[in-house]
Design a protein around this ligand. Sequence first.
Ligand code: AMP
Length: 463
Amino acid sequence: MFDDKLKEECGVFGVYNNNEFDTSRLTYYGLFALQHRGQESAGIAVNNKGTILYRKEMGMVSEIFDDVVLDYLKGHSAIGHVRYSTTGESYAENAQPLVIKYTKGHMAIAHNGNITNAGKIKKELEEQGTIFQTTSDTEVIAALLSRIRIKYSTIEDALREVMTIIKGAYSLLIMTPNKLIAARDPLGMRPLVIGKKEDSYVFSSESCAFDSLGIKFIRDVEPGEMIVVNNEGIKSIQTEVPKKSASCIFEYIYFARPDSIMDGIEVYSARYQAGIVLAKEHPVEADVVVGVPDSGLAAAHGFAHALGIKYVGGFMKNRYVGRTFIQPSQEMRELGVHMKLNPIRSQIEGKRVVMIDDSLVRGTTSKKIVNLLKAAGAKEVHVRISSPPVKHSCYFGIDTPERKNLIAGNMSIDGIKDLIGADSLGYISNEGLLSTCKDGKRDYCMACFNGKYPMDVDDEEEK
Ligand code: AMP
């Protein structure tokens, strides 16, 4: 396990164009569409005729970049990154892309995921004299790659070896003075797609960034695949044929945008289907169904449809408050929920309400919302959750707290029901959730629910 237990949720976007020199604007808009994947810092690096120029800062994409900055960031290729990590590790040095200079030249790296053996690799490199400036595992990849690169004539060959050493989840974009390289880990844990717009090749964490920018979706980058774009065109290198894939199912439940299609499955449809399955597994007599905005809405529609109960817009959401998890302390987190959501009394008062949310992690959100619904006059509040109980930490890039803070890791369902003040509580089953993604091309990592990690995670908590 990485010493600092750094957990990052991120999005990456990259463009390569032989003719056009203004790739940073497309990257800016791409990052804007991926903002939900990380609101803490953002950055863009461009390749300006062999020199890498970049700007990265704490803050949202629209706060960091303006026309002046984008005019400065001119280049034939660009990579960008949005990032959110847990409190404590949130400082500007960890912002990406990471730009490094080494014996073979320059490169910029943007990474989404978590390298589970980064701590071990870092220690070995430090013992050999490597100096690290950040606590980010991306720097470990960069250090390893630049060291291994010395013995190879191409960066692709060096990266191929690096991919046999690093373990965990990674969707990587690497920009050198003459190439743009995309790589996805052998299990395909985090998403990565490729598209085309005129003569630009584009990579993105999610396809939602393509739709609004007129970029044609080509396909997902395959697990274990490396794609290289340069002035000769595009080529695919399969680095290690995966015996199995383990795409993160939590991307479908919560993290990704509903309009994205990942590994053949539209996120909205998977969530809607989860609502239908949940209704079959935990039916209830009620007057109205409400969804917790935004990630609970699709499942709430599915649930209401399946049981023929009226769906109502139960909450007004203040769109200008960031995700509740961004608040550092528990007190701020609790305040944050009400600042963000307010029940619409006329839809709730005197009614038996089913409240659907996508997940219960610490239990903070549901407890607060059940309270708000009761205060707005709900006669009964039945909570239904469109993911199974989260019992285990994620080591692959989703920000779940340590096991001791996971409510379902420590309490029975009945105990949780009482704690959040619900009249009943039902979670979708593991099999039910899996059935919502059955038409996809992949197998899934469900370790946060079933504790079956697709690789060793070397954590005392889990032993
Ligand atoms: P909690 O309040 O700790 O039980 O967290 C559950 C709420 O947070 C749900 O409403 C989810 O939509 C949301 N959520 C779940 N996972 C995450 C995550 N990794 N980052 C931010 N928010 C999340």
